[in-house]
Write a protein that binds this ligand. Structure first.
Ligand code: AMP
Length: 433
């Protein structure tokens, strides 16, 4: 059998690839209105960045990363040797760590500066078990705002995310937004102990994975997909009852701003996002129907300690990422029609081979004038050329034959009305506009 794409990856064929471009353009436009500008970081980074930044105890770092090594280093490892820590590379499983690394490395937020508002779009890699809506390579668009801890930053980003979904065509009634606060260094450790104690009391009712989590990262148990664990964790202490005064005020301010903007949300004290770096505000957008268990189309939160984790000065931050492929599934579930990939303004058909060279020149001239123009390359019959023009969706066909050429003209046919007229070669592109 011919070689297939690796498991958990998906080719974006032309219609979809074109839609991906439009999707990115829509995000650039919406996020641009909020002051976000693009940044591009490498798709692989030193493994250490993810281990220190995301947190060793998260699933992403412990089992979901793809490692990248050069052929030479792979050989060294296979032979039982070791490689320098700088050469330990991982494909990025998410975008935040790389962007924060770049902000620190290039000092994009000097002391006292206005926040840096950055956006990115591109592939992420996670060695998860593939299923509908869960791939090993998938595309995310994300934003990061570094340098401000005020709740307006959180609210603004959440409003922007929800506006984007609407703009791109996901009906607001098809989405649900969950928000929570995960507290900070002064209130979360005590809360984490309360959850751990609660889990130990219910050890016999929880799955093995959750009991391992109780040891290293108890809050992750809130995310367990096991129904019984979900039921037990329903009764666990709620973070929102244990926030310190500052976190409680911050969270209240975010909600008030969302209320003021008319953004509907559901408070969910069980929403703990998978990565260790989150502090205070966390949020997740889900689609209500049609995506099964992989129904999160985007999410994010505040990470006030991450810049320090990766070696920078204290710099508060907040970001989110949204998944392109899941948004596509949500759009399909909502019955949204996708635009066709290519448009064709003109097809130049040759009556016989003698006019081919002139036709080639005419096609170039019309393309130079900014039109999408095609011709046949395979010496098809005139009838087949018309079929091809139809297939390409050409709105007009220019028929070029020796008789027309002798008059310095082409016959221009409107494919919708079937009307034909003789047009001078020089005025063809003017006629197309
Ligand atoms: P996360 O970085 O896990 O918060 O993911 C942010 C968004 O990326 C999710 O809400 C999904 O829409 C999307 N996403 C995450 N993991 C995958 C995956 N394995 N396959 C496809 N989309 C994903």
């Amino acid at each position: 059998m011919a070689i297939q794409a690796p498991e958990g990856t998906k080719d974006l064929l032309p219609d979809e690839a074109l839609f991906w471009n439009q999707f990115k353009a829509c995000a650039t436009e919406v996020f641009g209105c909020y002051g976000y500008v693009p940044i591009e970081t490498p798709i692989f980074e030193q493994t250490e960045l993810f281990v220190r930044g995301i947190g060793e105890a998260t699933d992403v770092v412990s089992k979901e990363m793809f490692t990248a090594v050069s052929g030479e280093n792979l050989k060294r490892l296979l032979e039982g040797g070791s490689i320098k820590s700088k050469s330990r590379l991982s494909m990025r499983p998410e975008g935040t760590a790389g962007v924060v690394r770049a902000v620190v490395q290039h000092d994009l937020v000097p002391q006292g500066a206005a926040p840096a508002k950055l956006m990115y779009a591109g592939p992420m890699f996670r060695a998860e078990r593939p299923q509908k809506g869960r791939q090993r390579q998938f595309n995310q668009i994300g934003i990061e705002c570094l340098g401000a801890e005020e709740p307006t930053v959180d609210a603004e980003a959440i409003i922007m995310l929800m506006r984007f979904y609407e703009k791109v065509g996901i009906p607001p009634e098809a989405t649900r937004l969950y928000v929570n606060s995960m507290g900070c260094d002064s209130c979360r450790p005590a809360y984490r102990e309360l959850v751990r104690a609660y889990m130990n009391e219910h050890a016999h009712e929880l799955c093995e994975t959750c009991m391992t989590r109780a040891e290293i990262n108890p809050l992750r148990a809130f995310d367990c997909k096991n129904d019984k664990c979900d039921e037990v964790m329903e009764g666990a202490p709620k973070i929102t009852d244990h926030l310190c005064d500052d976190c409680r005020e911050h969270y209240a301010a975010v909600r008030e701003l969302l209320d003021g903007a008319g953004v509907a949300y559901v408070e969910n004290p069980k929403l703990v996002r998978g990565l260790d770096y989150y502090t205070r505000t966390v949020f997740e957008a889900q689609v209500v129907d049609g995506l099964g268990s992989q129904n999160a189309i985007g999410g994010g939160g505040r990470y006030d300690k991450l810049a320090e984790e990766v070696g920078g000065r204290p710099t508060p931050g907040l970001g989110f990422a949204l998944g392109y492929e899941r948004c596509m599934l949500a759009l399909q579930a909502a019955g949204v029609e996708f635009p066709k990939a290519a448009r064709c303004d003109l097809f130049v058909a040759c009556v016989d081979d003698s006019v081919r060279a002139r036709a080639f020149g005419l096609v170039q001239a019309c393309r130079d004038a900014g039109f999408v123009v095609e011709m046949d390359h395979q010496k098809r019959s005139l009838k087949s050329q018309f079929k091809l023009a139809d297939k390409l969706g050409a709105t007009r066909v220019a028929i070029l034959g020796p008789d027309e050429l002798a008059q310095g003209c082409v016959k221009l046919r409107d494919m919708a009305t079937r009307e034909e007229e003789l047009v001078e070669l020089e005025s063809l592109s003017a006629k197309l506009s």
